[in-house]
Design a protein around this ligand. Structure first.
Ligand code: E4P
Length: 218
């Protein structure tokens, strides 16, 4: 399973990259705003800065909601770097844009997926990735991981090549559950990735190994 980090924070992206397990980055307009990145030029150069750090796909989201606007924005975004994947919302105009980009060989990530039907449409339109938001579904007492499983089954039944990118990951158990059901990618915060490495018995064991070494070498 690929690990993407879901942030526009350059420090966190560097940290995850240096850990050696990072396969890409996802961003969205809210994450950009959280970092204080506003205005088209600043946003475009921030995408470039992200691309310069990582070796992998970087999702950059369009903010137009009409077909022409999405196409115009997407074509500008892919000019920034070969790593850019155009992130398109799951709306009617977005489905048309997915088809357009897929015919042009431009990679896409269909975002704001909350149902299997939406994922099926995105795959039929040729999306490279679909992003079902599991945390936001869990927030409303709906089974986010169950949706990932359902989409994987549908894609396998018909051999769709669209990759399932589990988004809105909130904690390490989400990551493990995504891996169990076979998500192609998960995107989440650095904290969730770092929590994967923690275990109290690891800390206790290491403390003892180091203490025993110190005894024998003092
Ligand atoms: C997906 O690419 C989105 O950026 C993201 O995962 C949304 O997550 P949130 O629900 O934590 O905002």
């Amino acid at each position: 399973m690929k690990f993407f980090i879901d942030t526009a924070n350059l420090k966190e992206i560097k940290e995850a990259y240096e850990l050696g397990v990072l396969d890409g980055v996802t961003t969205n307009p809210s994450l950009m705003a959280k970092e204080g990145i506003t205005g088209k030029d600043n946003i475009m150069s921030h995408y470039k800065a992200i691309c310069d750090i990582v070796d992998g796909d970087v999702s950059a989201e369009v903010v137009s909601v009409d077909f022409e606007g999405m196409i115009r924005e997407g074509e500008e975004l892919v000019e920034i770097d070969d790593k850019i994947v155009v992130k398109i919302p799951m709306i009617k105009e977005g489905v048309k844009a997915l088809k357009y980009f897929s015919q042009k060989g431009i990679r896409t990530n269909c975002t704001l997926i909350f149902s299997a039907g939406q994922a099926l449409l995105a795959a039929k339109a040729g999306a490279t990735y679909v992003s079902p938001f599991i945390g936001r579904l869990d927030d409303i007492s709906t089974d986010g991981i169950g949706l990932i499983e359902q989409i994987i089954t549908i894609y396998r039944n018909y051999g769709f090549e669209t990759q399932v990118l589990a988004a809105s990951v909130r904690h390490p158990m989400h990551i493990i559950q995504c891996a169990e059901v076979g998500a192609d990618v998960m995107t989440g915060p650095l904290s969730a990735m770092e929590q994967l490495l923690k275990h109290p018995l690891t800390d206790i064991g290491l403390e003892k190994f180091l203490a025993d070494y110190a005894k024998g070498n003092s």
